[in-house]
Structures are given as C-alpha cells and as structure tokens.
Ligand binder design. Sequence first.
Ligand SMILES: Cc1ncc(COP(=O)(O)O)c(C=O)c1O
Length: 391
Amino acid sequence: MNKDFLQYQAQTSPYPLGMEVSHASGSYIYDTDGNAHLDFVAGVSACTLGHCHPQVIEAIKNQVDKYMHVMVYGEYSQSPATIYTKLLANNLPAPLEVTYLVNSGTEAIEGALKLARRYTGRSEIIAAKSAYHGNTMGSLSLMDFEERKSVFRPLLPDIYHIEFNNDKDLKKITNKTACVILETIQGGAGFILPKNGYLKKVKERCTEMGALLILDEIQPGFGRTGKLFAFEHFDCIPDILVIGKGMASGLPVGAFTASKEIMHTLSEKPKMGHITTFGGNPVIAASSLATLNVLLNSNLIAETLRKEALFKSLLKHPKIKEIRGRGLMLALIMDTPETANELVLQAKKKNLILFWLLFENRAVRISPPLTISEKEIKEGCAIILALLNSM
Ligand SMILES: Cc1ncc(COP(=O)(O)O)c(C=O)c1O
C-alpha cells in the first residue's frame, strides 16, 4: 500500500511516517501486519474519545440510515445540527450563543476573520507570533513565519503581530483593530499557557478599543485541558470562539460561535456572508453531538487533570527538561531537537505513537485520547523512559 500511497497521494513531506493502517479501536491503531500501536497523539488531538467510540459509531450509523447531505448549509432545519448547536450554547457562557458549522478548523478561522471585519467595519487583524491557525490563505496570513509564507505571497494585508504573554504589546491594539486572534494555549509554539491574566488583559484592551477577541480553541477545546473549553481556566470569554478537531471525535469539522448580535451580520449586506456546502453535515453533526454528550455525561474531562499528573510523575528523566501544557495537551521539551526527533522515530519502532510540534523543535507531543487508561499511560511512559535511557 505504501508504494501507491507515495505515488498517487499528494505528499506533504519527504519523510511521511507511512504506517499502513488496518483499523483502530480505543487507544490503539492496528497496522496491516497486525501490530497494535499505542496512540499518544489521537490524530493530533482530534480523536477525543479514542478510536471508534461505540456511542459515536452508533450515532453516525443511525444518521447514515436516515439521510446524509440534503442541502447547502443554513437552508434546511436538520435535527443533528440544531440539537448540537443548542447543546453547545447551553454549555457556553453568554453571550456565546450562535454557532456557524463548517468543515475544518482553518475554514472556521476564515469565517471568524470575515465575521470580525464585517461586524467592526475595520480591516486590521492582530495575531500572535508563533501562532498556528491553519493553512488556507487567511489562516496562513496570520502566521509570522516568513519561510512558510513567502512563496504564497501576496497574502492578506493589514495583519500585525504581538508577542503572546507580553503586556507591553497590547498597546498595538487600537481603534483601527478589527480583531485580535489568539490560541487560548499556543500549540505549535510548544504548548504555551497564557500567564498573569494575559487573556483577560487582551480582552479588556479589545473592549476598550472596540475590537473583537477571537480565541482559537481548535486544539484545546472539548475537554482536553480539564475544562470543556480552555478559556474557562483563564477568566476570559472571547467575542468569537473557534472550535474544531476533537469536536466530532475524528470526523472533519470546524465551527465558530458568537453572540446573536455579532453573528447576525453574516446574514445581511451581503446575505450569505459565508457560504459552505457541507457545513453542518448531519452525519458530522451527529458525531459531534454524541461526542459532546459523552463528555458532558462522564468524568472524562475532570480525569484529564489526574492523567496529566500521572504523566508528569512518570516522565522524569534528565533528557526531559520540562513538560508544558495542561491536561492531555502536553509537550515534552527535550534537551535537544535531535533527542526529540529520535524519540518520535524510535517510539514508532516500539509501537508507541508520538509526534512533533510545528515550531518548537525540542518538543514531543503527548495528546492521547481522553479515554486513555492509566495502564496505557504507564505502558507508554515506560517505553519513552526505556528509549531515553538507551539514547
Ligand atoms: C490551534 C489550531 N488552529 C487551527 C488549526 C487548523 O485546523 P484544521 O487542520 O482542521 O484546518 C489547527 C490544526 O492543527 C490548530 O491546532
């Protein structure tokens, strides 16, 4: 299969991991040779409830039996998306009430940027250095890494950068600013948490200047950090919340949520300010609904903090300099980039799935399914420690 994969499927890097996947269940991915790989990455934080959670599968199958796609987003009233967006609103603080469902994280970012410009009538967008918000043209424009952007220029104009956690930079937010967009916890940069009330200060400055605060919770959302949404840790409610990844426990999805007053502006002047054929797809909405119901009706979210403590107590080694992040969004910061790289590659040979982070080359990602057991955590950590001892 790998030969055809390399020949016919567009590649994103010269060194794909190339595991030949047979099936997946719980915390394990099985390859076509019958090996079980313990998954400490969860499809890069997407498989919130592990692989093929029975309630998610049941919801998807029930919906597929009824109907799949019937109309472009927003025209027909369909129960999976309607029940889902209502349940989401019931679990979000005011004024976050109305959700626009789309197909991916990056599309949700595009929608949020459009909404901020439309609502404020301003064009300036402020993003953080070392942020990652996706790879379509708008999201890419938010990045400050020139080597990733230069060949795709011209990108969106009127974008400026501030340093995450730097209070002095907040003066760059002015009455020309349409929005400030931040990851609640910076992912690709190395799982950096906001410090000293930073998000609250950003929100206050935005409110003072009439700018909107967009929080990108595509990675930390849906329980991964020990709260349903990570902003709940930091006493800051965004004007626009962007979600995706773990929302549907493994199906492609994204969404942005705002108050009725803000969101309403996308439906007039021009009407259909954002159009998407498959947004709110009933199968994906059914999967999202099942995922949210499991999260709300179990102890999984609270348990992520106990599991974080277990990881931190087990993963003590001279080559691990720091463990960053919150809950089950953890990054091991190794002594050198070479150790980090070697650990990911060697772990693969021992049937443990680890991964890199985009911008911090000393980091090794640990973002397992929230359903991972203590026994599985101990098994995986023992592999990591044995590998580090042998390096
Ligand atoms: C914080 C953040 N924002 C946006 C995205 C883009 O989401 P997607 O890959 O679904 O377009 C990602 C994906 O890794 C992300 O981690």
